[in-house]
Design a protein around this ligand. Sequence first.
Ligand SMILES: Cc1cc2nc3c(=O)[nH]c(=O)nc-3n(C[C@H](O)[C@H](O)[C@H](O)COP(=O)(O)O)c2cc1C
Length: 318
Amino acid sequence: MMDWTDTHCRVFHRLLAPHARLYTEMVHANAVIHGDRARLLAMDPVEHPVALQLGGSEPELLGAAAKIGAEYGFDEVNLNCGCPSDRVQAGRFGACLMREPQLVADSVAAMVESCDVPVTVKCRLGVDDDHDWDRFLAFIDTVANAGCGMFVIHARNAWLQGLSPKENREVPPLRYDWAYRLKQERPHLQIVVNGGIATQDEATAHLAHTDGAMLGRAAYHDPYLLHRLDVAWFGGELRTRGELLRALRPYIEDQLARGVYLKHITRHLLGLFAGERGGRAFRQVLSEGAHKPGADWSLIEQAIAITESFAGERVDAA
Ligand SMILES: Cc1cc2nc3c(=O)[nH]c(=O)nc-3n(C[C@H](O)[C@H](O)[C@H](O)COP(=O)(O)O)c2cc1C
């Protein structure tokens, strides 16, 4: 997710959910080829398995970018066919690619040809008022035939006129049944459902119908949900929020020693105690202190201490 799932965020999420597949922010193929790769493709080895998401619509460029991504160590390269922003539409990529299945297929083919990691696609159900199952299935089939074996389905349409990207994540109705039906009709494809999944029960219920569930906003705003899901699905002991955060200390101190500002890491931690007593104070201590010169680990310890002062932290899997 743009501006959210940078390498610091992914390292944190990996700690919470050792079995999750993580995704980068969308990076345009041109930026991968001509831009500051060290920054755009920054990735820590603990992040694996991690997918690089590319934006673009020129097969040759996407092929070249996928090759670079795989060489950088990403485990999967994903093509964005779901972003509705004006900027993305002007560049003729993102969600508007749902109208151009052959171009997406040519792009996927070029990416498959140039790299040796799985090439996947994240898409919507359609664009604007196009609610045509056969057209959606034809899109999937055309792209699958080019070598894409896994689709992340953001299970709503993208409305390309009149809605902001934020509204496009909320207003068009969710149709999970389309993702379920896709899995039924194309059982050989890996289908991951996305969109509006907010709780452990909701995420778990989707697994009866699909191969996976992708969480966006809920994972970012309430990252402990990732931990609860990981333990529920893959086993292991539930750890407290404080324990998990303290396990991030070596990473944070190493980053500070490299000149990274604390605020660039702590902004991803703010939701860790969401809904808990002391959660607001935790957030406040980090927000107010992390940008100050010399801010270091002790600030985080101070924030954790506040939450611990509330009669012991509750650990539950509810
Ligand atoms: C701040 C923000 C940035 C996003 N950036 C991307 C992106 O780069 N690539 C992408 O495929 N989706 C992006 N999305 C969409 C999410 O991946 C997801 O499809 C959408 O929010 C619906 O899932 P959710 O309800 O679990 O959040 C973004 C969403 C948000 C809120």
